[in-house]
Design a protein around this ligand. Structure first.
Ligand SMILES: NC(=O)c1ccc[n+]([C@@H]2O[C@H](COP(=O)([O-])OP(=O)(O)OC[C@H]3O[C@@H](n4cnc5c(N)ncnc54)[C@H](OP(=O)(O)O)[C@@H]3O)[C@@H](O)[C@H]2O)c1
Length: 275
């Protein structure tokens, strides 16, 4: 089965391409540095020839509100149009658990727009919504800084290892389209502030994490339910303590710009002014 992975050079994409190869599929990593650009359409017609499924695990290089919206709208429109021409029978996209509950956030408005384009297109689809990646916890601290402290809402979430995200996306990609949403998450619930504190401690990062019920997440007000996966979520196996012993956990930041939650400069600036 030929499966094209858009964003196949990224954190999840590179793991997904490897896993698909290991399971005997023809997986093609598509990204600007392999000659495929979903914003311009460059290379798309070629790479989609003979593909049974396309998995979109790309992310916007900029998370400024207008830029991220432009990225997900333009790239998704282009992809779906080229897929229709190529006769692709399954479009899979990676989104975030709680996306529809965070429309106050520019990043999540862009993910909602991506999901809406997919749902209203003629291509059979599956949307996989994952919880936050363990690899992203330090990035979450970085973007939540207020002065020299890290205020975070003490709400439940159920983050997961990037390897398990790739596994969850692979299972959906090789199955038939569900024409709906599949949620995936980690095996254990935590509170956001608690786990980021533990992650920073594991890196000997001295920043203080403060439980602040009013702290926003990516610019959105969140409640106890916002980030929690539903009862039907498929859960990965990797527990946080086990992940901490893996080589990936020794790298402070898995990639330069953490995905999933953008830097919300205006929010940080307005909070600074308010203090
Ligand atoms: N972080 C989280 O906790 C979290 C949780 C749930 C879901 N997600 C979702 O997971 C997805 C993937 O995240 P990630 O961390 O794996 O991303 P990532 O490591 O930042 O990788 C992004 C990929 O997108 C590619 N890309 C950028 N612009 C492109 C373009 N114009 N055309 C084609 N490809 C392009 C990049 O290629 P280059 O390297 O060549 O630029 C790279 O391969 C995102 O959609 C995010 O919303 C994240």
């Amino acid at each position: 089965m030929k499966i094209v992975v858009i964003g196949g050079t990224g954190l999840i994409g590179s793991k997904l391409v490897n896993q698909l190869h290991e399971h005997g599929h023809e997986a093609v990593a598509a990204a600007p540095n392999t000659g495929v650009n979903t914003l311009t359409g460059e290379g798309l017609a070629e790479v989609l020839k003979g593909a049974s499924a396309v998995v979109d695990v790309s992310n916007s290089p900029s998370w400024e509100d207008a830029a991220v919206l432009r990225f997900f709208e333009t790239s998704t429109r282009n992809l779906l149009a080229y897929e229709a021409d190529a006769g692709v029978g399954h479009h899979v996209a990676l989104s975030v658990v709680g996306t529809d509950r965070m429309s106050e956030s520019g990043y999540f408005r862009a993910k909602i727009a991506q999901e809406t384009l997919i749902k209203t297109s003629s291509i059979p689809y599956s949307i996989v919504r994952a919880t936050q990646f363990f690899e992203f916890l330090k990035g979450l601290a970085d973007i939540s800084m207020f002065g020299d402290k890290v205020p975070l809402p003490p709400v439940p979430f159920q983050p997961m290892a990037a390897d398990d995200v790739a596994r969850g996306v692979r299972t959906v990609a090789v199955g038939g389209p569900v024409n709906g949403i599949v949620e995936i998450g980690g095996p254990e619930p935590f509170r956001v502030d608690e786990l980021v504190r533990r992650r920073l401690a594991s890196l000997q990062d001295p920043r203080e994490v403060i439980a602040d019920p009013n702290a926003r997440y990516s610019g959105a007000t969140i409640s106890e339910e916002t980030l929690a996966p539903g009862n039907n979520a498929r859960l990965g196996e990797t527990r946080f303590e086990a992940w901490l012993t893996q080589p990936a956990a020794q790298i402070p930041s898995a990639h330069a710009q953490p995905a999933g939650v953008p830097v919300v400069t205006e929010e940080i600036e307005s909070r600074k002014k308010a203090s």
